[in-house]
Design a protein around this ligand. Structure first.
Ligand code: PMP
Length: 356
């Protein structure tokens, strides 16, 4: 730490991203919930020499073409949509923008570990709401909250989803609080809250292109909600980084939204791979939480989460392990291709045989 750092940030504990190995050729990488399939073919075509030449020019600060296709895809007006440099950036804008007088932000005790970091950096008081004994978010615990609410749905790292009706009840019981639903993983089997946007002006839905549209490296996120909320987010964005999306990402994102067929096929394939993989893991004696996401959260009574994580790492398979109370027996496994999952199951069988 230099002597120049503001006092305010002396104790800031940054978010720890999952490992991004320099070379993945000999590793099976199932640790950061990326999509195992490439971006849709249109993405590869649209990034050509002509567009690369245009990098000398700034990008469209409104990212209009991308915003328009997102609005159309979701049956919204373009005033109800904005885009960010990953949904992480949009979440940051939202934590910056939306706090009531008490400054409180409610989120599930086990959830995306970036939320407490945003609370710290933007001076909000994070209130952690416990899950039930089955690791489920309890909707009633958020009724009449005294602050902003942020819920990941399906939740991460559990993968467990609330229904749209459960989200509706949370909105209904919080008419004067903003409810942010982080739908990073919704396209693999969850119910999106987007159809509730026209009914509830206290709803902000945040999604990402990083998972279901195979564009994690392009860094694109989207926010959808009442036009007044989107206007507020744009107020922050234009005060912070107006050209937050680069030219190539705007093009890539537009193509990815337009190819509905590819999106539907690849997300369905991942959901199928997940369901077969869960059955295999259960046969090996693992407890697997019911996931609607592109990852599963699994634990065994025979091996600790940390040991299992290390044993897989030694076999060239990276998954994610969180050394945290309540979840330290689990590992989070991204759903890759059927071949990758088969390899993981085979390695797991060997690991379990060796300790039995
Ligand atoms: N929300 C959740 C719950 C996530 O797991 C992630 C991915 N780490 C994000 C948001 C951010 O995704 P991105 O910035 O890639 O859009």
């Amino acid at each position: 730490m230099s002597r120049f750092l503001s006092r305010q940030y002396e104790n800031l504990e940054p978010y720890t991203p999952g490992e991004q190995p320099k070379s993945i050729s000999r590793l099976i990488k199932l640790n950061t919930n990326e999509n195992p399939y490439p971006p849709c073919p249109g993405v590869l075509e649209v990034i050509n020499d002509e567009e690369l030449n245009k990098l000398k020019l700034y990008s469209d600060p409104e990212a209009s073409q991308l915003v328009e296709v997102i609005a159309e895809f979701n049956g919204l007006d373009k005033s109800q949509v904005m885009v960010g440099n990953g949904s992480d950036e949009i979440l940051a804008f939202a934590f910056m923008a939306f706090r009531n007088e008490g400054n409180k932000i409610f989120y599930p005790e086990i959830s995306y570990s970036f939320y407490p970091v945003y609370c710290d950096i933007f001076n909000a008081s994070g209130v952690k709401v416990p899950l039930d004994k089955n690791f489920k978010v309890v909707p009633e615990d958020y009724y009449n909250a005294d602050g902003t609410i942020v819920i990941t749905n399906p939740n991460a790292p559990t993968g467990i989803a609330l229904t749209r009706e459960e989200i509706r009840e949370i909105l209904q019981h919080n008419k004067d609080n903003l409810v942010i639903i982080d739908e990073a993983y919704v396209d693999f089997g969850g119910e999106s809250a987007v159809p509730l946007i026209d009914e509830y002006d206290n709803l902000l839905v945040i999604q990402t292109f990083s998972k279901s549209r195979s564009l994690a490296g392009a860094r694109i996120g989207m926010a959808m909600g009442a036009s007044e909320i989107i206007e507020d987010l744009n107020r922050i964005k234009f005060s912070f980084n107006p050209y937050n999306l680069n030219r190539l990402s705007i093009l890539a994102g537009t193509e990815a939204i337009k190819d509905r067929d590819y999106f539907e096929k690849t997300t369905a394939l991942i959901a199928d791979t997940r369901d077969s993989f869960v059955k295999e893991m259960k046969m090996l004696g693992f407890k697997v939480l019911p996931s609607k996401a592109n990852f599963v959260f699994a634990a065994s009574e025979e091996i600790s989460g940390e040991e299992y994580f290390k044993a897989l790492r030694n076999a060239g398979i990276i998954v994610r392990y969180f050394k945290k109370p309540l979840i330290e027996n689990f590992v989070r496994i991204t759903v890759g291709t059927p071949e990758e999952m088969k390899e993981l199951v085979n390695e797991t069988r060997k690991i379990m045989q060796a300790i039995r």
